[in-house]
Design a binder for this molecule. Structure first.
Ligand code: NDP
Length: 316
């Protein structure tokens, strides 16, 4: 028998959405319990410098900001635990969740802030420079600024890739877009905008073989044309991926309504409510459009306020 723990508020996931929800829930005396998940701190822990989160005039590193958010949540007595929720049962009035440390948690309210994971190609060279913090990124809005006036390469042909290529084109000297088929996946309007942009070069039928670099970071990419099998090298200092994200919501899929990719659907737009009463969602687990730390934090606040109101109405 696992040990049962009863809580008013369980927060699953520890990015800006989860920590902000924790700060609000804790200050509202909901004694939140947080399981941090597989990647404590979330996607920002793979970002070097964060310069667009209000309140940090000199910028802050992603990991540093996550430590500060955790400290702020703990200052108000959030119970922050390493580990993750591996199973849930949202069929009853109390929401049952099982953690990998053997605990069975019965929560009156649950805030899901499990985020999404950017997809990478999986090449060893790509992972090497990603880990080094030396020129590989899956977020142009976060990191594009560091490549001002330089040459960059972006992989992908969906709406995100088009949006991010266009964003980069305003900062960079040149952007090369690698499209693996002979056509885009993006909507026509986004594709047209990219095609009209002078400093974006589009290479079709082109895949990445290796990310090239030295001790200072990325210096280029070796690509292959998958039709002619010809290889060539493109000099660049930034290598961006925009090949999609996967929301970390598999564990909830038997209970919560999601779209076909797995993003949790809001039951009532403008709130954080899901289709299960007492279960709320914040951050990238429900957001495929904005995906920013500050928007995640904002929805974390909304989720905690919704959870507090739900509890008050139920118990009041
Ligand atoms: P998508 O899944 O739509 O597109 C992913 C792109 O990456 C495709 O072009 C795909 O190629 C390519 N790709 C995938 N894997 C690889 C790989 N291993 N190597 C090379 N290329 C690869 O993801 P997005 O993030 O672009 O969009 C997700 C959703 O969000 C979509 O519904 C989109 O419309 C929406 N969105 C809307 C925006 C807006 O309206 N402003 C902005 C951003 C996103 P292929 O086509 O060959 O499969």
């Amino acid at each position: 028998m696992s040990e049962i723990e009863k809580v008013d508020c369980l927060i699953i996931g520890s990015g800006p959405a989860g920590y902000t929800a924790a700060i609000y829930a804790a200050r509202a005396d909901m004694n939140p319990l947080m399981y941090q998940g597989l990647q404590p701190g979330g996607q920002l822990t793979t970002t070097n410098e964060v310069e667009n989160f209000p309140g940090y005039p000199d910028g802050v590193t992603g990991p540093e900001m996550m430590v500060q958010l955790q400290q702020q949540a703990e200052r108000f007595d959030t119970d922050v635990r390493g580990g993750f929720i591996e199973k849930v049962d949202f069929s009853g009035d109390l929401h049952k969740c099982w953690a990998d440390d053997g605990k069975e948690i019965h929560a009156k309210t649950v805030i899901i802030s499990t985020g999404a994971s950017a997809k990478y190609l999986g090449l060893p060279s790509e992972q090497k420079y990603l880990e080094m913090g030396g020129g590989v990124s899956a977020c142009a809005v976060c990191d594009g600024f560091f490549y001002k006036g330089q040459d960059t390469v972006i992989v992908g042909a969906g709406d995100s890739a088009c949006e991010e290529a266009h964003y980069l084109s305003k900062l960079c000297n040149k952007v090369t877009m690698l499209v693996r088929r002979d056509e885009f996946r993006a909507s026509q309007i986004m594709e047209d905008r990219v095609k009209r942009t002078e400093n974006i070069e589009i290479l079709y039928n082109t895949e990445t073989e290796e990310v090239l670099g030295d001790d200072s970071g990325v210096t280029g990419v070796r690509v292959i044309n998958n039709q002619t099998k010809e290889t060539s090298e493109i000099a660049c200092t930034g290598f961006f991926l925009a090949i999609g994200h996967k929301p970390n919501t598999d564990v909830f899929k038997d209970y919560l309504n999601t779209d076909d990719v797995g993003y949790i659907k809001y039951e009532q737009p403008g709130t954080s409510k899901t289709n299960v009463e007492g279960v709320f969602v914040a951050g990238d687990a429900a957001d495929k459009t904005y995906r920013q730390a500050v928007t995640a934090a904002g929805t974390g606040c909304i989720a905690a306020l919704d959870a507090e109101r739900y509890l008050a109405a139920k118990e009041g």
